[in-house]
Ligand binder design. Sequence first.
Ligand SMILES: C[S@@+](CC[C@H](N)C(=O)[O-])C[C@H]1O[C@@H](n2cnc3c(N)ncnc32)[C@H](O)[C@@H]1O
Length: 279
Amino acid sequence: MTASTAAGRGEERITTRSAAETIKNCCEVAYSSDLVSLLLGDSYHPGGLKLTRRLLQAAELRPGERMLDVAAGVGTTCLLVATDYDAVSDGVDISAANVTVATDAAASLNLTDRAVFHRGDAEALPLPDESFDVVACECALCTFPDKPTAVAEMARVLRPGGRLGITDIAADHARLPAALSGLAGWVACMGDARSLQDYRRLLDEAGMRTTLVEHHHNALEQMIWHVAARLDLLRMTAGPRLEALGVDFNRVRPVLEAARAAVLDGILDYVLIVAEKPG
Ligand SMILES: C[S@@+](CC[C@H](N)C(=O)[O-])C[C@H]1O[C@@H](n2cnc3c(N)ncnc32)[C@H](O)[C@@H]1O
């Protein structure tokens, strides 16, 4: 397998299976951590549940339909689908810890028959062909090393006429500052984020027809601001304990500032894309 990045920054080309596995392991560890949950809350993407609702509306999720959330995090979107949309859902995430948190949350809400969670890799979804009406993927395609395979997998599990709804960071790689590249930048959803055109090409190549595109850069700017504010609060209240766990506030702050500047300069955007599998 060659999981090469179109980032075009020679120093960070991901060309081997072991490099791809390293990235997946880093994502699993990072997104299973208490720190991420403290900083991001229950929705690990810009715009939170408000943007999730917009995505589900744009993807026309209807009562009784079946939805899959790829890289479901702690299950927040699937639980919303079960409670507010009268639909059933599956969630897949590479993090075993997230799958446990999501499954426990479904049990505590008596929703285990409407929201089921699986540990799995987006590049090899553990689910049958043509079994979902809607597939969602929020702020995660940017982290998958082999994006064409992941998009092909999402298309495979959709029934003909089904809709794929993606929200993700879009990046102008030629202008991405060095502080946002590298492994940490990749895990933080920026280092291998693609341009809108690249995402559309990936969808085209998987046989999907893009029907809607929206720009939500304000949601990304707000999220960066929110994370910076929470980090300041943590530094004041639990600084020494977090530093003992290896959280280096002095390194995180410039990354957040670079990310915020990149949004304001139009280098980073947050996009919503809906595509249909021809029926
Ligand atoms: C930024 S979080 C988004 C989580 C969720 N979609 C949300 O919006 O709350 C990225 C998620 O992708 C998961 N992930 C990363 N690589 C993955 C892969 N190859 N397959 C499945 N999940 C993956 C991580 O464990 C993490 O939960």
